[in-house]
Ligand binder design. Structure first.
Ligand code: IMP
Ligand code: MG
Length: 176
């Protein structure tokens, strides 16, 4: 058990288990985008470790950039999304892969899709390391899912509780 801020968390996935998920996603993305112009758009802050590991396991040579929004306060999604860093790249003619650490309600993803849809990308797909199917409230399909997890708050591997816990190499679940 560990403590982050005022809350206690239990280990849910080891570092090795997470890396296996990331490797498998890299393999699928390699296969699907071989010889295509791929732009990876990582979503900050949470996806910073996932993007870094994912692109190291990939054998294709994508462009890599980041977008930044904020929607979470404490342990529940606020439903409001603010843009902090927007799209600077020209997406015309490119295959865009949105890379998220975790998709919860899907509010952030819906907002990103809204922003990207008018930018003439050849295709837009989404990769998320973790997905909470019970919390998801959107109809947007997710092409690459590392692992479905229960609807419990998690920290580690990029994900924080009140700004802390992002550098943990394992994933921890909030103790009910
Ligand atoms: P959504 O908009 O509700 O899908 O939430 C998306 C964002 O909230 C993710 O990209 C994460 O950064 C953050 N988030 C969602 N669930 C968790 C969690 O369990 N722990 C930490 N951050 C989370
Ligand atoms: Mg995020």
């Amino acid at each position: 058990m560990i403590q982050v801020g005022d809350k206690h968390f239990e280990e849910y996935l080891t570092a090795d288990q997470i890396q296996s998920c990331v490797k498998e996603l890299a393999r699928q993305i390699d296969n699907d985008f071989a010889s295509k112009d791929l732009l990876i758009l990582g979503i900050l802050n949470g996806a910073f470790l996932f993007v870094a590991d994912l692109v190291k396991y990939m054998t294709i040579d994508p462009e890599i950039s980041f977008l930044k929004f904020a929607s979470y306060e404490g342990t529940t999604s606020t439903g409001k999304v603010h843009d902090l860093i927007g799209v600077n790249e020209d997406l015309a003619g490119k295959h865009v892969l949105i890379v998220e650490d975790i998709v919860d309600s899907g509010t952030t993803l819906a907002h990103i899709m809204n922003i990207l849809k008018s930018k003439n990308a050849t295709s837009i797909s989404t990769a998320t390391l973790f997905f909470k199917p019970e919390a998801y409230q959107q109809k947007i399909a997710l092409q690459y899912i590392g692992k479905e997890i229960p609807n419990l708050f998690v920290v580690g591997y990029g994900m924080d509780y009140q700004g802390k816990g992002r550098n943990l190499t394992e994933l921890y679940q909030l103790k009910p």
